[in-house]
Design a protein around this ligand. Structure first.
Ligand code: KG4
Ligand code: ZN
Length: 345
């Protein structure tokens, strides 16, 4: 057994993933393998993730994915120090597949088990990719979550803001569906927006100027629907313009919230030598949003850390890495650790 070799398993939504992460002699975390099987095609016909299909697809794929991750890393189960599996939040059936598999491997090999919160995996990713030191500010924007989190230390997370209705990725996905674009919506909206005029439709910037750091996107989604109805029948040109207008409104809304959060961050931690805002979650892939965030960070004297896209969206390396940090901190779980479909950070 090697001290810091962790197998991570992720099955909270529609990605079946396994990875092996360790710590290099110089202290940096090291990804030895990171295998992700996306179920996107199995859900595409339904315009969204179908929980039952997701759980069954995880059952079919996971053993092979875990095997592939171990082979790619060049390690055997007996080399591992512990097994980490996402135990929430997420789809209950999907979570059970990953957590039970992780527990079975741990039980059969006498290894410790780590029940990792999926959001913690995302929140610690900038430490995996860029070695960012605590504390830092995190914008997590995915299909299920939109949160501003102060990451203060392992297990010490302060949620400064969250969405009061839809998640940002969800707003992208619903906009795509409304405009007849395929699932997943985010990348397709961004692709269409590239050819559109963002000034064509006047859409709201939800929460702009609000003192609290929360987000809201359902009003924007409704405004998109109303604009689409008013412009019907929609030609491709209209769709591109509406995508561009929506993306700009979403990006400016996020930038306004982040601007406030950065001001608070700078006030609460005036002595930080290298203040960092890190992004994670699939929406962090969006170029328009990244551009606005970079501008806000530059203005506030904060470094923007945007991990590579493969590590921003759902993957198991982030779960193995969160498991590694927890393991080193002695935060091991029992085999009776429950899966928690709802599990705030
Ligand atoms: O983190 P993620 O892979 O999965 C979870 O939701 O946990 O995020 C997926 C979300 C989807 O809503 C997807 O539409 C959105 O991220 N997304 C994007 C882009 N790429 C993915 N949204 C906007 N622009 C993109 N380029
Ligand atoms: Zn995620």
């Amino acid at each position: 057994m090697r001290d810091s070799l962790i197998l991570g398993i992720e099955t909270s939504c529609d990605e079946t993933a396994a990875a092996v992460v360790t710590r290099a002699p110089d202290g940096r975390p090291l990804i030895l393998s990171n295998v992700v099987f996306s179920q996107v095609e199995e859900h595409a016909a339904f315009g969204g993730v179908v929980p039952e299909i997701a759980a069954r697809a995880h059952v079919e794929a996971l053993d092979g994915i875990v095997g592939a991750a171990l082979i790619e890393a060049g390690v055997a189960i007996c080399d591992l120090a512990a097994v980490a599996a996402t135990s929430g939040p997420g789809l209950v059936g999907a979570l059970i597949v990953g957590a039970m598999t992780g527990k079975a491997i741990a039980a059969a090999s006498g290894l410790p088990f780590l029940a990792v919160n999926h959001l913690e995996g995302h929140a610690l990713t900038p430490r995996l990719t860029d070695g960012v030191a605590y504390p830092y500010l995190m914008l997590l924007a995915s299909g299920g979550h939109t949160q501003l989190i102060l990451v203060n230390g392992i297990g010490d997370y302060r949620r400064w803001g969250t969405t009061i209705d839809d998640a940002l990725g969800e707003a992208f996905d619903k906009t795509a569906k409304l405009l007849g674009l395929p699932h997943p919506g985010g990348p397709n909206v961004e692709r269409m927006a590239a050819a559109g005029d963002p000034a064509r439709f006047l859409l709201p910037r939800p929460m702009r100027g609000e003192a609290r750091l929360d987000f809201s996107f359902s009003g924007l989604k409704t405004a998109v629907r109303q604009a689409a109805e008013a412009a019907a029948p929609m030609r491709e040109r209209h769709v591109a313009d509406l995508c561009a207008s929506f993306q700009l409104a979403a990006a400016e809304s996020v930038a306004d919230r982040v601007k406030r959060a950065l001001a608070r961050f700078r006030t609460e931690f005036p002595a930080l030598v290298d203040p960092v805002l890190a992004v994670a979650g699939g929406v962090a892939a969006n170029g328009a949003i990244r551009g606005k965030l970079k501008a806000e960070c530059d203005r506030a004297g904060v470094r923007l850390v945007a991990p590579p896209l493969a590590l921003c969206s759902d993957n198991a390396a982030m779960i193995a890495h969160a498991g590694l940090e927890r393991f080193e901190a002695g935060l091991v779980d029992g085999l009776d650790a429950p899966v928690r479909p709802r599990w705030p950070l």
